[in-house]
Structure formats: structure tokens, C-alpha cells
Design a protein around this ligand. Sequence first.
Ligand SMILES: NC(=O)c1ccc[n+]([C@@H]2O[C@H](COP(=O)([O-])OP(=O)(O)OC[C@H]3O[C@@H](n4cnc5c(N)ncnc54)[C@H](O)[C@@H]3O)[C@@H](O)[C@H]2O)c1
Length: 326
Amino acid sequence: MLKIGLIGCGFMGAMHASCYKNIEGAELVAVADVRREKAEELANGTNAVIYATGKELIENAKVDIIDICLPTYLHAEHALLAMDKVKYLFIEKPVALTVAEGDALIEKATKTGAEVQIGQVIRFWDEYVALRDIVKSGKYGKVVNANFRRISPIPTWGFEDWLLDATRSGGAAQDLHIHDVDYTLSLFGEPKEYFSVRNTLGEKNSYVNTLMQYDDFVVTVEGTWGLPESHPFEASFRVVFENATIENAGGKFMRYDADGAHEIVIEKADLGVGAAGGNISDLGGYYNELSYFCAKATAGEKIEQATLKDAVVSLKFVRKEIGCND
Ligand SMILES: NC(=O)c1ccc[n+]([C@@H]2O[C@H](COP(=O)([O-])OP(=O)(O)OC[C@H]3O[C@@H](n4cnc5c(N)ncnc54)[C@H](O)[C@@H]3O)[C@@H](O)[C@H]2O)c1
């Protein structure tokens, strides 16, 4: 049995706990949160030991892997400690607050031999996995242009409102838009050039739009969390190929070509549970990434997807987009 220690039992910690409860061979044996009631909620129905802080868990818990779902400004200091304790570490995205922190994590992982996966979950999301396969296959010709979009109401749930403080979260660009930047870089590599615009009306209105020039195609990546609470969360894409357009929008995954409009059907795993409070209606991508992580840890193998190095590349890109050189 793979013994899991989960640090941070808020919005994403709850999602991860739901996933672990559905991953065969995984057991949540320790949870930590400075808000005890949050830790108790996740420990409910398990034999998990509750710790008052992340550092207490790292010091004392008997675990095989540690999963850090803390606010971003706390990732690096906990991850550095955790790498002395366990070989397999999962850190939610964005990997860290600054580039210096990201580099320090790589250095530490190199020294300790820690295998680290980052929660760049889009790499594991069914439609995005299918899109990657389509691009790689070349079956619809070359990519002509692509658009990735992630728009959300203002995130008001964070512990001490950390999300709306750019000095603790990096703002919408680093917290939300980084998903699509990371995916785009993983699919197409770094663009030849890019131009990024964002507004400066404060975190509640945060909006970013980046135009990326590749050799013979362009990609736009748009993100905001400045929408009213009544507006649904949306993560969508449209990729135009020479011979077809693939679109994931409005809950439909479609191919449009000369023969008409075709729905692309992806078989989803039956997880036996409902949504755990996330901003999408199933555990799909989260379940997939954590299943992959647990399988690698169980087998003692290298993490090859959503690696620490990949995530630091994406962090560096986004920090530049928002004009931060640290
Ligand atoms: N992959 C995704 O789609 C996705 C979605 C949302 C959030 N996230 C990421 O997950 C991470 C957590 O975000 P969240 O929305 O769950 O935040 P949150 O504020 O809901 O949860 C963070 C939790 O950490 C706890 N905490 C704070 N300090 C602590 C400490 N020292 N020790 C133990 N617990 C402590 C808080 O009490 C809180 O319950 C962030 O990095 C965020 O960017 C990822």
C-alpha cells in the first residue's frame, strides 16, 4: 500500500483526497492543515493522522509520498523539506512563486534524487491528451492556428484570500493561464516570438492574452478570472488544421471537416464518485495525473510527464509574460 501524506486540505487538497480514495493501492495516511476542520473533513472515513502544519507532517508522518496542495507562496519551502523525507513528491501548480524558487527546487531534486511531478493537470485531461495525439499523428495536416482559453469567476475561496494577492499567487496569469501556457509549450515547444498583453486594473480584473508566433502558425492563449460569479468556468480550445478543425467548447468535443460536424467521443473512467468541489464536473484529469504519479511511485520509476523541469520552464515563461524577471 502506498502511504500518502497530503499537505493543504483546501479546494485542491479536497480534490486530491477524492482521487486517492479511488486509486487502488493508495492510502491517505496523513493530512495537514492549519485549519483543523479542513483536515478533519478529508480525514473523515480514513485512518489518516491529522497534523497541525505541513512541516509537522513532513517531520513526523510515516509516508511514502507527499502531496503539496498549499497556497503557491508556501510550495518551495515545504517542497525543499519534503525532498529530504520522501523520494516521490507531488506539488500543485504553479510549481513555485518565483523563478529563483523553481531553480532551487531543481537543484535540490538533483541532489536528493527526488522524483517530482507538478500538477499541470491539463497534460492529463482527456480532450487535451486526445488533441496531442491528433497533432502528433498529422492526420489532418499541419496546424494553421490555435486558440486556448481559460476564463473564470473571481476565485474567492482561498485561505486568507491568498489568490487575489499577486505577491502570494502570481495572479491570474501564474495561477490560471499557466495551464494553457504549459500545455502549449509541451505541444509546440517555445514560440519564435510572442507578445503578451494584460490589464493593470488589479487582481480582481486580471486578464492576459498572449499571441505566439511559431515557424508557420500562430497560437493565442487567453486567460482571466475577472468574470462575475454567475459566469460558468470555461476551459476551451480550437485548433485549425489544414484539413479539419478540432474544437473543445461548451461541453462538446468536435471535429469539423469537409464532411460535416462530428462529435469526438472519449471513454471516461467510471470513478464512482461525484465532483469534489472542483471547477469542472468530474475528477478526470486530476484522477489521471495522480494515478500516473502513484503508479510511478509504486514501481519506483522515473516521473516522465509534468516533470519539475517542465514546470519550471512554464513558470519562467509566465513570469516573463507578466514582466517579472525573478
Ligand atoms: N490544478 C488545478 O486545476 C488547480 C486548481 C486550483 C488550485 N490549484 C493549486 O493548488 C494549490 C492550493 O490551492 P487551493 O485553491 O486549494 O487553496 P486553498 O486556500 O483552498 O487551500 C490551501 C490550504 O492550505 C492550508 N494551509 C495554509 N498554510 C498551511 C500550512 N503552513 N500547513 C498546512 N496547511 C496550510 C489552508 O488552511 C488551506 O486549507 C495552489 O498552488 C493552487 O494554485 C490548482
